[in-house]
Design a protein around this ligand. Structure first.
Ligand SMILES: [Zn+2]
Length: 113
């Protein structure tokens, strides 16, 4: 499943960050998932809770923030968020829009000691 490999990468990332900060335990992991990231938040949480055991994230709380698709219009400069996949400007209907956010998953913060 796609979410499993995403979680493996996430856990590796957490371990790297913890190591750099001389931390031995991660208490809280906060991620942001873009609407277009192709990741199902519930499945991601299940995968995280399955794989976190015996890693530095064992027992850590997992918090998911959803990010809507955020676009900027190159025509009129409008910046807006959309609920559905519509790659055009809500104001002037231009197709020259740039994706600012909502297509990826990011690790936002870690609480550790
Ligand atoms: Zn526009």
């Amino acid at each position: 499943m796609h979410e499993y490999s995403v979680v493996q990468a996430l856990l590796n990332q957490c371990e790297e960050i913890a190591e750099k900060n001389n931390a031995t335990k991660v208490h809280k992991v906060i991620v942001k998932i873009g609407a277009m990231a192709g990741i199902e938040p519930h499945l991601l949480e299940v995968a995280f809770n399955t794989f976190k055991e015996k890693t530095i994230c064992d027992g850590a709380e997992f918090i998911i923030n959803s990010q809507k698709l955020k676009l900027e219009c190159k025509e009129c400069g409008d910046v807006f968020e959309v609920d559905e996949v519509r790659y055009f400007c809500m104001k002037c209907e231009s197709l020259r829009v740039k994706v600012l956010d909502g297509e990826d998953m990011y690790l936002m913060s870690l609480e550790m000691n």
